[in-house]
Design a binder for this molecule. Structure first.
Ligand code: C2G
Length: 133
């Protein structure tokens, strides 16, 4: 039986932390499905649009060798529907989300992986503003 892994994220200003969690997530199964958060979801949750549009973020994530399918995550509240709809056996997220998705253990395995230290979209933006602004 093939195992489907699902993960979610914004993946704005793609960096090695994103790459590594996707690679590690893909090792939990045979097929990796990625929900990329919509621009509207980012604006509503963070009060600003991402640097790269959802079309650009989806294009980048789709190009990665370990990714088999990409869809738009329109709402944080639809996670259960996305998991079940994509037939996911495992949900993988970084440990900044530790405990937040335990409610889905009735429909899939839930795994939190350690984040890559010292890299984040915010840090990249701050570095550019400070050193190249
Ligand atoms: N990540 C990581 N190491 C980093 C930075 C991020 O492992 N240094 C992981 C995060 O833990 C997450 C994934 O990369 O699992 C995507 O991170 P973000 O783009 O910051 O996604 P986020 O805005 O947290 O997702 O339903 C969740 C939403 O889509 C929001």
């Amino acid at each position: 039986m093939s195992r489907t892994v699902i993960t979610f994220g914004t993946f704005d200003v793609l960096h090695v932390g994103h790459l590594r969690i996707l690679r590690r997530a893909s090792a939990y199964g045979d097929r990796l499905v990625v929900g990329v958060s919509s621009d509207a979801l980012n604006i509503s949750k963070k009060g600003r649009p991402p640097v790269f549009s959802q079309a650009e973020r989806i294009e980048l994530i789709s190009a990665l060798e370990m990714v088999d399918e990409v869809f738009v995550e329109e709402s944080l509240e639809l996670k259960r529907d996305y998991i079940v709809g994509h037939g996911a056996d495992v949900l993988v997220m970084g440990d900044d989300w530790e405990g937040r998705f335990d409610e889905f253990r009735d429909v899939c395995e839930v795994v939190y992986l350690p984040r890559t230290p010292s890299v984040s979209t915010t840090a990249v933006i701050e570095h550019i503003v400070t050193n190249h602004g």
